[in-house]
Write a protein of this length. Sequence first.
Length: 385
Amino acid sequence: MKIRVERNDLTEAVSWTARTLPNRPTIPVLSGLLLDATEAGMTLAASDLEVSAQAQLDTTVAEPGRVLVPGRLLADITRALPAAPVDLALEGTRLAVRCGSSRFTLPTLPVEDYPDLPAVPPVAGTVAAATFAQAVAQVAIASGKDDTLPVLTGVRFEIEGDRLTMAATDRYRLAVRQLRWRPEDPDTETTALVPARTLSDAAKALVTGGEPVSLHLGAGAAGERLAGFSAGGRRTTTRLVDGEYPKYRSLFPPSAEAVAEIEIAALVESVRRVALVAQRTAPVRLGFTDGELVLEAGTGEDAQASEVLPASFTGEPLTIAFNPTYLLDGLGALEGTIARLSFTSATRPAVLTAVPAEAPADATPGAPTDVDDYRYLIMPVRLSG
């Protein structure tokens, strides 16, 4: 195998595929990155048997061939190479990497032992890369991190024609984003539960090229349900999470007893400052009255902090407490300058949304005004007494 490739192209492709490599591979060859060169170019691939990633490169191929090399080592080397074309050549049982005056040789792994990668399922539809990345970031923050509850570690996709809904929850907060997309079949109605970590990695990497992202749904060779994402010569597949997802829509209250509107940037800075004195699991208290919000943290002999912000508020005075990290996550996911918090009581979940630039006069506070909408529901922390 002999190949010449641009250094930046190689570095990006290796980084994209290497992120799929397992930290503790159960099979030694899974630590390898597969380089497959043909007359049409080169494909790089990696897999941990749950997730696979592939990247295609336009290269000058003097001699086709396949080789499996230690993936993380190759990623470290390509990032450190000077700005010059890179030559890759198989010399016996080692891969030579030459770039400018730098030369490396890497041992190879038995390529014949490498498992076959799953075929990418059929395309279900496409969505703009920036929209996809934003939606995933808004929703994935609320996914669970506890692997003993695998259903909550996923992001639920619900497809109804040209409407795509993503939802995630860890039981303490819930994030839901609706958006328009381009389905292959306008009558498609289906659901999928995609691992949140894999989805986040794919969204961040696929947005860089700016090309529309294709969503693939289907079954693998063994009958397992798969999802795939592709754009710009890169594609990844993952097994879907099995299990019944919570019926999350019923958690959103149909109406609000009180509504507050506050400048997002000012609220974020105030929560960060006040939370400095809050212990790890301690909440930040928010006291709402007409025209004012008082933020407080700390009690008794502990350090205490308070801050006052102007706020538009309608309803009976209310004091409610939130985990500051969860509150900041929700505020950071909003698009706009003004946040709207809708309440039913101090002990019931609050709904966080962004105030649209031109909200309809008859809009229900906290309710979606269009298919392209984002809502973040957050559970309050019960205050003693």
